[in-house]
Design a protein around this ligand. Sequence first.
Ligand SMILES: [Zn+2]
Length: 253
Amino acid sequence: MRTSLLFLGTGAPDAGSDDMPAVALKTGSTLLLLDSGEGVQHKLVGSGLGLSRVAAVLVTHLHGDHVLGLVPLVQTRSLLFRPAPPLSVVGPPGLRRYLFESFSSLHFDPGDSLEVHEVRGSEELRLRGAAVSTVPLDHTVETLGYAIGLGGDTNVCYLTDTRPLNPEGFGFRCHVLVHDSTFSWTDFERAVEFRHSTALEAASFASSVGSRLLFLFHISSRYRDRSVLEREARRLHPHSYAAEKYMRLSLVL
Ligand SMILES: [Zn+2]
């Protein structure tokens, strides 16, 4: 199966940044969006993917940096396309309320094109042909990770924001792992306090679950030079890369 990944935003919250979390994942003919950081619709249009082909948005949690691009995305699709193509939105409890209270305040009716699935914990979903599993993460609020099937038992795994999970019992083979790496190991106490991971912890988890490629993600703006985190991660996982906005990856499996 042909799979491609386009990072639309890779950073942690920072004033004025347009690098908020969002990843476009195309698997077969299905385009999924992982998180929906502020400004994501401009990036989808600018990168040529457009808005109409997004079949589903997989939201990890209701922190603003991961979700503030979602209401504008839904609204613009409704303005541009009549009827708007169907869109599934998956996320933790509270997502429906956030969306529909926002729509109501904006005097906007998304119509029948929008389906919201609230998920608690582990579930297996089928979204427009894509096999999607959810994994509960360990963050300050209820948060979901996602494993998207690539055929066979390999997956693209998207685990952010979170402390590292226990690899035993994780249960997924990740060909590609996109993992929270907000901090360096030198800021380990901060990672623990704010329920994020260090690059070293991400690499340790990637090695433990046999991931081929690790992308360090949700990187704090305190690391102007992201190669510091890359070097840190490569001590435990040689195929570690700090994600950058507009980085693309193509896989043929
Ligand atoms: Zn968060």
